[in-house]
Design a protein around this ligand. Structure first.
Ligand code: FAD
Ligand code: PYC
Length: 417
């Protein structure tokens, strides 16, 4: 493999008018594949990449109804962390953090992973107790997380207002120093290029409209806007739309789809050194390498498939941001957007085999799946290739919604509640 060099990659992308989007083959579908992945977001592309790279499988297609990375992967606010409460979650999110650390080299593509620290603010006694519980649980699982006093939090993030008469006073914070951000679209492009180089067909503008099954009930192919395509195995990785797709195979999913919005400010010089989240007031903020303040909110409170959302969520979020960082009050906001996230009852994902032979599902990441992208793709590829879960995703099965072995991450899932 060529050695990674961020500058060389950028130069290569622009030389010869070779756009970012031309770095993988634009394929048309063949009549049949061994494995089809539905959804060319980060998780679907990573799954295809690891199927080819680690399991030696070559006859694979990724089908995407729109353009590659145009779903939640290209719409999220790129926060990466692994400070979840339960062992299963620590396992999968920390697996992802370890893969993030080597991903630019792995893909020979600068995904701009920056471990600048993720700080979660506590505003009341309940927050303090919950975050301290998370810190202890995280450390038992080998996940870094530390308690900071308000003064230490301000030293780490100087713009933070720790005045005692603030509407939501800061009573301390949990800091995961290994958390951070990455460039979301580069992650999709890097995995797409890597998978394409390994022979995977990536087919855009190809919507899956039906799932075909043979006489035994096993998956035998899909109906798409580009015609029928046969396959032996089918992996659904279509965040926000999983229930619709699973219904095509007569499986009902424990999922609800909600809009989730974010916005960015005008670009300014570097002022914000880390990521700060406040689950209590439902706002979070970081600064992109372009200089924009990247700000996000909680989900809208109604189910919808529209990639937009209500203005009141944005104004509530900006009120909270200005309360915590009063000096940003005069900044202009440039644009806002929304994505559709699918949420499970316990706010943990599903990465599993399904009751239908040959059908696998990866969904339910809610507001927080970007951070899991490499880990999710890695273990989902294992699940499909071997027809059994990897030990890391063994707990994230569908049966937990029947037998009650839930992995309740409502308190760690940031804006998901
Ligand atoms: P996607 O990128 O959505 O890919 C699924 C693809 O499936 C889409 O491209 C879609 O077009 C395609 N598809 C759907 N139906 C069909 C069909 N019938 N046929 C063919 N293709 C189909 N997570 C974090 O960890 N940190 C964050 O800071 C963060 N911030 C967020 C902020 C916002 C505003 C939003 C919306 C989400 C955020 N998330 C965050 C969540 C994160 O973006 C998602 O969990 C993650 O990107 C899901 O990746 P994916 O590859 O599964 O889905
Ligand atoms: O899961 O960290 C997260 C997150 C932040 C914003 C949206 N999701």
């Amino acid at each position: 493999m060529r050695k990674f060099s961020g500058f060389a990659v950028v130069k290569e992308a622009f030389n010869g008018h070779k756009g970012w989007e031309n770095q993988w083959r634009h394929a048309e579908p063949k009549k049949s594949y061994d494995i089809i992945i539905v959804g060319a977001g980060g998780h679907g592309l990573a799954t295809a990449y690891y199927l080819a790279k680690e399991h030696g499988l070559k006859n694979i297609a990724v089908l995407e109804k729109g353009w590659l990375g145009g779903g939640n992967t290209g719409r999220n606010t790129t926060i990466i962390r692994s400070n979840y409460l339960y062992d299963e979650s620590a396992g999968i999110y920390n697996h992802a953090v370890k893969l993030w650390e080597g991903l630019s080299q792995e893909l020979n593509y600068n995904i701009m992973f920056s471990q600048r620290g993720v700080m979660m603010l506590a505003h009341n006694v309940h927050d303090v107790q919950v975050f301290k519980r998370h810190i202890h649980a995280n450390r038992l699982n080998g996940v870094d997380n530390n308690w900071l006093t308000p003064e230490e939090a301000k030293a780490y993030c100087p713009p933070l207002n720790i005045s005692k008469d603030a509407r939501y006073p800061v009573m301390g914070a949990a800091l995961q120093r290994k958390g951070g951000v990455a460039r979301h679209d580069a992650v999709a492009w890097g995995y797409a290029r890597g998978a394409s180089e390994l022979g995977v067909d990536i087919i855009q503008n190809c919507e899956v409209k039906g799932i075909r099954r043979d006489a035994s009930g096993a998956v035998s192919g899909v109906e798409t806007t580009k015609g029928e395509i046969s396959c032996k195995k089918l992996g659904l990785v279509a965040a926000g739309h999983t229930s619709v797709l699973m219904q095509m195979a007569d499986v009902q999913m424990p999922l609800e789809s909600f809009p989730l919005q974010a916005l960015v400010s005008e670009p300014v010089k570097p002022i914000f050194p880390c990521v700060v989240m406040s689950n209590t007031v439902h706002a979070y903020i970081s600064q992109s390498d372009k200089g924009e303040l990247v700000i996000g909110a909680g989900t809208d409170q109604y189910t919808s498939y529209s990639q937009t959302g209500g203005l009141q969520i944005l104004s509530h979020t900006l009120d909270a941001i200005c309360e915590m960082f009063p000096q940003f009050r005069r900044m202009k906001m440039l644009r806002s957007w929304g994505g559709i996230v699918d949420v499970t009852p316990d706010r943990s994902p599903i990465l599993a085999k399904t009751p239908v032979k040959g059908l696998y599902v990866n969904c339910g990441w809610g507001t927080g799946g970007f951070k899991a992208t490499p880990g999710s793709g890695h273990v989902f590829a294992h699940t499909i290739a071997r027809d059994e879960p990897h030990e890391i995703n063994a707990g994230f099965h569908l049966d937990r919604f029947k037998n009650g072995r839930l992995i309740d991450e409502a308190a760690a899932a940031a804006v998901a509640h």
